[in-house]
Design a protein around this ligand. Structure first.
Ligand code: AMP
Length: 409
């Protein structure tokens, strides 16, 4: 079964064609700057074919069409025709409370996703465009939606409710949803697999530290808390987002600086975080380099970022009554040796002891805790596309099973 995984961002498209039987990536790539006049098109095929060029791409539909043409092209293709694509798996950011698992996409599902646009105005529209484009280009191929929020739907009420007027939750959907669910699911399950322990018996904290960052506590197979909330603004300090702040700051600063809702929203989403603290970049590579050269604001940004992660690790360990496994993933979690080291310093009384030598690795699966550490600490590169492909397969198998059951009733 070949699964075509699509991850549509506001101006980008990530894709993979995966043979789900052996989980092999047959082709993958990235289209960036879709909304600009010239887009970057990257296509990689197994056995080392790499194509990177600039193209005029009008919109997401056009981008998907060009990717599909590449997949079947005589010179660079990997399949003969589209019938070799069995399912399209779509990453969708926000499913609200509607879906706690992956679903076959129908007209009703698309309508429900459209209703959730107000909850994820930056992400859901692009995801929907991707779904609609794929339905037009491959009308006979089923589409499955895999939601970032779904993994977190197992959270208890006491974790997802804010202490705000209750009708804000009932009538306006104001609650913690959590994001990066596909990534947290992958690395926590993979961690249990590496340890060869029962996922449903472990206490796990997974740290997804990238341009957007979040941390999740998973107890006995269920999410019991996660740092991102109603929107991806809450929680950890991020590239351009502040994470937790006093909500009283917003009305105060709007008045003081005469800012509109749109302006304050932009400040919080795009102009805060380590970018604002360092005044250098939202990219940790640049911040780390500047800190090494003695830049005080860069050092401060790193200190504040690490402090927040440490604070969450402590509170989540307390919530779960202990910790068996701590996992680092995403751009910073997988690559930034110094950041991991700083976060994990002085946590010995929690049973966490880092082995600095083992920690000196990038972008590969590795245990980084010392032999004396009670908690196992791992770096596990995330693989959201594989989770989407696995989910798409599961949904299709269930769908077929239900049809067969109906037939033999
Ligand atoms: P992601 O959102 O998961 O793609 O992560 C992107 C972020 O990871 C970048 O903005 C960088 O801050 C960070 N990153 C990637 N590679 C490195 C590295 N080698 N060292 C430090 N940070 C890195």
């Amino acid at each position: 079964m070949n699964i075509f995984v699509l991850n549509c961002g506001s101006s980008s498209l990530k894709y993979q064609l995966i043979n789900i039987e052996n989980e092999e990536v047959i082709a993958n790539g990235l289209v960036e700057k879709i909304t600009e006049s010239i887009s970057d098109f990257k296509y990689y095929r197994k056995n080392n074919l790499e194509l990177e060029f600039e193209l005029e791409i009008t919109d997401h539909k056009n981008a998907i069409q060009l990717v599909l043409e590449r997949l079947i092209s005589e010179e660079h293709g990997v399949i003969e025709n589209f019938s070799e694509i069995d399912v399209v798996g779509h990453r969708v950011v926000h499913a609200g409370e509607k879906f706690s698992g992956s679903v076959l996409i129908t007209k009703e599902v698309i309508a429900a996703l459209k209703e959730n646009i107000k909850l994820a105005p930056l992400h859901n529209p692009a995801n929907i465009v991707g779904i609609e484009a794929s339905k037009k280009l491959m009308p006979k191929t089923p589409d499955v939606g895999v939601f970032d929020t779904a993994f977190h739907q197992s959270m208890p009420e006491e974790a997802y409710l804010y202490a705000l007027p209750y009708d804000w939750y009932q009538e306006n959907g104001v609650r913690r949803y959590g994001f990066h669910g596909t990534s947290h699911k992958y690395v926590s399950e993979r961690g249990a697999e590496i340890l060869n322990k029962d996922y449903n018996k472990l206490k796990i904290i997974s740290c997804h530290l990238g341009n957007g960052s979040s941390i999740t506590a998973i107890k006995e197979g269920k999410v019991i808390d996660t740092s991102m909330g109603f929107t991806p603004l809450e929680g950890l300090v991020m590239g351009t987002r502040p994470g937790d702040i006093d909500p009283g700051i917003i009305p105060y600063i709007m008045q003081e600086r005469n800012l509109s809702i749109e302006e304050v929203d932009k400040k919080l989403n795009n102009q805060s975080g380590v970018l604002a603290l360092s005044s250098i970049s939202n990219d940790f590579r640049e911040i780390l380099e500047a800190a090494e050269k003695g830049n005080k604001r860069a050092k401060l940004a790193i200190d504040i970022f690490c402090r927040r992660v440490k604070k969450y690790i402590g509170s989540y360990a307390a919530l779960m009554g202990g910790l068996d496994l701590l996992v680092f993933t995403a751009g910073i979690g997988e690559n930034a040796v110094q950041i991991r080291s700083k976060i994990l310093s002085e946590l010995e009384y929690f049973g966490i002891l880092i082995d600095e030598e083992k920690n000196n690795i990038k972008a590969k699966e590795a245990k980084i805790s010392s032999k004396r550490s009670i908690v196992d600490v791992y770096v596990i590169p995330t693989n959201e596309e594989l989770v989407i492909a696995r989910e798409a397969k599961k949904v299709m198998e269930k769908y077929i099973e239900d049809i067969v059951k109906d037939l033999i009733k």
